[in-house]
Write a protein that binds this ligand. Structure first.
Ligand SMILES: [Zn+2]
Ligand SMILES: [Zn+2]
Length: 132
């Protein structure tokens, strides 16, 4: 079990078990949303995720692509998002309080990565999403 939350602590959640390894997405939208080189996240099944605090206060921004980004209304931290099509929660790793036990396995959307970013050659790279 791994707990996590936003920067100010208003929003908290718990993950019982992760359903994937960690992947870093280098698409332009993740870079904007995270303000960094990429997003680091993993997937969690519906039954393995619960909001502990203020889940109902979470705000949502819908990108033009239709992908939604949730964030804390108080501190602006990006928050876990439920992917309706896959019935999975997309959980940003930086929100976790402790080591989730899973490791980085994939870089995705590497074709749009920042020019200045240096990738670990031991981690598998995909130019697009998982399937490309
Ligand atoms: Zn917050
Ligand atoms: Zn992305």
């Amino acid at each position: 079990m791994t707990k996590g939350g936003c920067l100010c602590g208003a929003v908290r959640f718990v993950v019982k078990e992760f359903n994937s390894a960690i992947f870093k997405c280098h698409c332009s939208k993740c870079r904007k949303a995270f303000g960094g080189a990429s997003s680091a996240a993993a997937m969690v099944r519906e039954v393995d995720f619960d909001w502990l605090k203020a889940g109902e206060r979470v705000r949502e921004y819908q990108c033009e692509s239709g992908f939604k980004r949730r964030f804390c209304p108080d501190c602006g931290s990006i928050l876990p998002q439920f992917l309706t099509d896959y019935r999975l929660h997309w959980v940003p790793m930086g929100l976790l309080d402790s080591d989730p036990g899973i490791r980085l396995k994939q870089h995705i959307h590497v074709s749009s990565k920042a020019a200045w970013e240096v990738l670990d050659p031991d981690v598998r790279q995909y130019s697009g999403g998982f399937d490309s």
